[in-house]
Design a protein around this ligand. Sequence first.
Ligand code: HEM
Length: 358
Amino acid sequence: MIPSPSPFPEPQPALAPLTSAAVFLVVTVEPGGEQQVRDLLPEISALTRSVGFRVPEAALSVCTGIGSDVWGRLFAGPRPAELHPFQERVGRIHRAPSTPGDLLFHIRAHRMDLCFELASHFMSRLEGAVAVVDETHGFKYFDDRDLLGFVDGTENPVGSPAYRAAIVGDTDPEFAGGSYVIVQKYLHDLTGWNALTVEAQERAVGRTKLSDIELDDDEKPADSHVTLNTVEDDDGNQLQIVRRNMPFGSFGRGEFGTYFIGYAATPSVTERMIDNMFLGDPPGIHDRLLDFSTAVTGGLFFVPSQEWLDADHPAAGSGAATEPAPATRAEPDPAPTAEPAPDPDPHAGSLRIGSLKA
Ligand code: HEM
């Protein structure tokens, strides 16, 4: 556990280092399933201890995130100040969708069996109460590389800067110790990517491939991933988030990707990065990585402090969701894009991009 440099409640283990394995599980809560979810949340710590204590060196941990729409169905009383649904972005060429999701379980360990075992305890307690909309099993790939072959995570803040970047402080005292997490599942066009020269790949990322050194400013194009994700406040201080991306893949489905997960004290920092990537900064460009990476999910969740999660909270009086539908952020005058038709499938919550069920 990373020592907390503040008097605020202990966070969930958002800042825990990368592990060799992770399960990212996103579920929606069925109408009437709220009480089952409320029963599980305070038990998560004990379940994690039960599974993890048997193999302490595997460093099992879980962060549980709660989405905006379900918050008002689960709890009466105040809600995190900046919790809202993930907003779709429609750029001139690339789109970041907003997809269903009420709960996120980000389960990490050095062994996949522990991640799987913990997920199975959660899912047996939630049986009948939730639908799995996405399940991604991530793995460590050599020296923390993504499937594009680049080391991913180097410029993450560590120690106190990581805490300040990712954990809510006294701006929202009721929810201090919490964190806002944004997830996006990206699928890579590896054939297209691997057809580029290494130099062209390096210009797309903004770092060298083998040695993982940042390119000089005069070599780094305006549309490189690093350029567009280096954001500052009005005083010129760099704004940071804590990323714990993992690669995943399936030969059968022909899917090879990066599961992006970013923790932040305010979702506005991560959202600004996503705006830069999809809508451009300056407008008109987009992150070159997006030409080889398609976002297929997008979700925003609040990860309350460990103390908050472990405690009982008054139940919501009614089952009604109170949040407005997510708005779309678009570039000015975007090219017309066809809206996907509504899914007539009764299992419409499923994105058909991975499920617990075969
Ligand atoms: C296809 C998905 C993505 C891939 C493969 C990817 C990969 C990378 C790589 C290889 C780096 C350079 C090494 C490092 O510092 O970590 C990097 C940096 C970074 N990425 Fe991503 N990333 C992805 C999506 C995102 C998204 C969606 C965001 C933000 C919402 C983001 C934010 C950042 C930031 C803040 C940096 C560090 C910039 C710096 O200060 O140098 N990434 N990413």
